[in-house]
Design a protein around this ligand. Sequence first.
Ligand SMILES: Cc1cc2nc3c(=O)[nH]c(=O)nc-3n(C[C@H](O)[C@H](O)[C@H](O)COP(=O)(O)O)c2cc1C
Length: 492
Amino acid sequence: MEEKTASKTDAPKRFAAQDLRGWLDRVEALGELKRVNGAHWNLELGCITELNNRQRGPCLLFDDIVDYPSGFRIVTGTTGTPARLAATLRLPTNLSTAELVKALREKSRDWSARAGDFPPQYVDSGPVLENIKSGVNLLEFPAPKWNELDGGRFLGTGDAVVTRGLESDWINVGTYRLMVHDERTCSLKIAPGHHGREQMEQHFRAGKPFPVIASLGHAPLLFLYASVELPAGVCEYDYIGAVMGEPVKVIRGELTGLPMPAAAEIVLEGFCRPGNMKEDGPFGEFLGYYSGHEVPEPVFEVERIYHRNDPILLGSPPGRPPQDFSYSKTMLRSALLHDALEKAGMPVVACWADEVGGGRTLLTVSVRQQYQGQARQVGLMASQCHVGAWLGRFVIVVDEDIDPSNLADVMWAVSTRCDPARDIQILERTWGTKMDPVSVTFDQKVPYHSRAVIDACRTYEYRDVFPPVAEASPEFQRQIREKWKDLLGTGD
Ligand SMILES: Cc1cc2nc3c(=O)[nH]c(=O)nc-3n(C[C@H](O)[C@H](O)[C@H](O)COP(=O)(O)O)c2cc1C
C-alpha cells in the first residue's frame, strides 16, 4: 500500500478563499453555523438534516459521528438561507430573497460572459494532497444512510464529479450521486442527457475506461454550479472562477490527469469500465419520493483517495421539499432561466423555479406582452430551453403585475385569467426521466413525458377591456397606510 501523510501545517493559507473551511468561518461569523456531536451515520444524521432544513435552520457541522474518529466530519444545509447563499456567491449577506434574486440576475449575466476569462490554474501542491492513499477504503469516511428506504450509504450527494469527453477537451463538473458498494467501489449515476453521461458514453462506445475524479467536500460554490444547468461546453471551474474573480486552483490527478480542486477535502480517483454495472438505489429523490428505482448503474472503481487531515464531507440529501438544496436551486435556476429567455429576446420581467417542484417541475415567468402569441412563445421556450427542459411539468406565464415567486398570486392569475380549454397547451413526448414519480403510471419503456404551458396572462387583444382588478390603487393604498399605520403597519 502506497501512502503519504503530511502534517496539518502543510495546508497553505493561500487556499483559504477557495476552501470549505474558509467558508465555514464566514458562515459561523454570520451566526448561521451549529456544531452537532455524536449523531449516528445510520439515519440519525439524515433525519436531523431533514428536520433542520424543513425549518430553514442553520448550517450543521457534524463531528464525533458514531463509529468514526473525531475530525471526520459532515456538513449539511450549506446554502439554505439568503445570507448563506449570498456568502457563497460573494454577494452582500443582508439581502432578502427578492433582493438576492435581483442581484443574482444582474451578476449571472456578467459571470456567464466572463467565464472564459477564468480557466482553472494548475498548481503542484495544495491541502488535498495531505494524505494520498492507494489502499482504498471508502468506508473510512462516514457515508450516511440518509433515509429509511435508501438502498445503501450515499457517500456522494453534494459532490463534484470531474470528467472529460473523448471528442473534445471540455472538462465537465457535475453533481452525480455515489452509493457505496464496498470498500473500493461505488455506483456513479449520471442521468441520460446530462453532460457527464454523454462523455461517459463516448468512452464506452469506443470500448475505453472512463476516467473520473470525484470531489466529496469543497467550497459550496463548486457544488452550487456543478448541480445546475450551465450550457454545454462551459466548464464549471471557469464559471465559478468568474464568480470568485480568480481562477480555481486545481491539481492534476496522478492516474487520470483530470483536475481536482487543490483545496478539496476528499477526492476519489478511478475509472468506470464498459459493462461493469451494479444495482444502485433506491434513494429519496428531490421531488420527494423514492422514485428512482433500483437499476444497474456504472461502477466507479476507485484506485486512489486524496484527503485533507480531519476531512469534511459535503452532504446534501434530496427528499421532500423544502430540502437541503431546494432554496439554492430555486434561486440559481430562476436566474439562469431569466438569462436564457432574455438572450432569446423575450420581454421577461421575472422568473421563478418554485421550491415546491424541487426548482424544476413548476416554472413561472412574468412578461410584458408586446404582441399576440408572445405569452405562449415565452412559455414554450421556458419549457424547452436547457435549464427548463429536464423533468419539467408546468410552465405558467403571467402578466407583469403578478409576482412569480408568490404562489398565491400566481394561482390567482391562473384561476382568473386563464380559460383552460384555450389557454393550456399540452406538449407530448418531451424529455422525461424514470425518476419522475408519475413514470410508474406509464407503459412506455422510454420516459417521454408531457408538459403543460399555462397562459395565465390577460388575453392580448382584450387586455384593454379586461376587467380592472378590484383592489385599491397603489397610491390610495399608500395614503391609507400612512394615515392608519398604527392599525395596518407600513406593509414592508
Ligand atoms: C444533491 C444533488 C444530487 C444530484 N444527483 C444527481 C445524480 O445522481 N445524477 C444526475 O444525473 N444528476 C444529479 N443531480 C442533478 C445534476 O447535478 C444537474 O442536473 C446538473 O446540471 C448536471 O450537470 P451536467 O448538466 O453538467 O451533466 C443532482 C443534483 C443535486 C443538487
